[in-house]
Design a protein around this ligand. Sequence first.
Ligand code: ATP
Length: 456
Amino acid sequence: MPKNNLLEKITALCKRRGFIFPSSGIYGGIAGIYDYGPLGVALAKNIKDLWWQDMVEKRTDMYGLDGSILMHPRSWEASGHVAGFTDPLVDCGDCQKRFRPDKLEGWKLKKDNQTGQFRVIKTGSLKCPVCGGRLIAKVRQFNVLMETSLGAIEGEKMKAYLKGESCQNIYLDFIDIVNSFSPKLPFGIAQIGKAFRNEITLGKFIFKTREFEQFDIEYFTRPQDSTRFYREWKKIRWDWYRKRLGLKEKNLRWRQHDEDERIFYAKDAWDIDYFYPWGWDELEGVHDRSDYDLTQHAKFSGKKLDIPDQETNQRIVPFIVECSGGVGRTMLAVLLDAYREEEGTNGIRVFLSLDVKIAPYKVAVFPLLANKAELIKKARSVYENLKDHFRVTWDEIGNIGKRYRRQDEAGTPWCVTIDYQSLKDEMVTVRDRDTMAQKRLAVARLADFFKKKLNS
Ligand code: ATP
């Protein structure tokens, strides 16, 4: 399918079907912030649950964490975010809009990977992409951390930051987890949590937002083992996107950070990229981070963050392999991969061919007619019985054709219709989302039929 206006189509479908809305829409929205509606919550939850099951619950070496959004402000100094979590920006002298010059034509910038600051190598076009006016050539450094303040009394308030990246609590709580569980190296801590960044370039739907969710793994190893486990985690994360989530191989690739891009303490850094409608872009970063994070927090907090190596009895600061992905970016990739348009007798049929594991609803149940009490009663009993086993939705609005269209766009794998014949023979029509094939099945067999399909 041509990718040219695919993003617009997905954005419209998400709004129409209640996956994702612009936040505060009645006030005109707010750039880079979105609300997840009923289907969006369900899809995001299914993706996160799958990640949590695979990365935490099915492993014996992983510990889960749900850290706070507000953390001690010193922790952001230790991590380097206060000094160096910056984006370069130029202003338009006419419309006052701001842009990242590294995303504009002809510009070349270099990031100092010690300080995080950008230096202009080549000044490119000074034409404002929005109003055509003139950009002010001076590049400013803009810190993307979001500030807030704690405390009740003006003047005594303490400056704090909303988490710029979700994983930071993992380093701070590392020693508490070691003290509570005495884990043996290697082991990992995993967290799904919110992060906030004052991003300058927005406009790619949920790809880049100012408030977003990340799933993070920090895997602690002996220093000499980090390369081996780095390779292992690269494979685990690739296979998760490819095989567990079912993203298409042709839409995924590895990209290694070059020397300029890689932060100075990292031993190696690769991104898993997805082929979004505008081209390849980052889905997840898998980085071999050395002992930098724990060493920095030990220095700034004055607390020891070295632990005994149970094999040698020596105290060491573990090295960290990090896998940091975005829930929103993953969800967008899933939606793009699943989007289908098919020419049919009634025009174009749009459907989401979502993997059944993550589809918001597994089954939709309809009475053929909404105003016939006997059909509703029978359909209700089918619905009640199925909803004990998996997520089921009820739909009686409009005609059957319209209901199928709605469920196709919601990515519901199967629709069940109860008609007059069902009242006589206890059989119902089951329709498949992808093939539109229909068959009659006994009511008594329905739950097992879907369970088998869901587990295959
Ligand atoms: P990019 O430069 O592509 O915006 P990044 O390199 O700054 O991303 P990281 O800091 O490595 O991203 O964050 C890890 C993951 O968090 C990313 O791979 C992405 O999936 C997600 N992420 C980062 N920033 C955003 C954002 N503004 N909106 C949505 N997801 C984000």
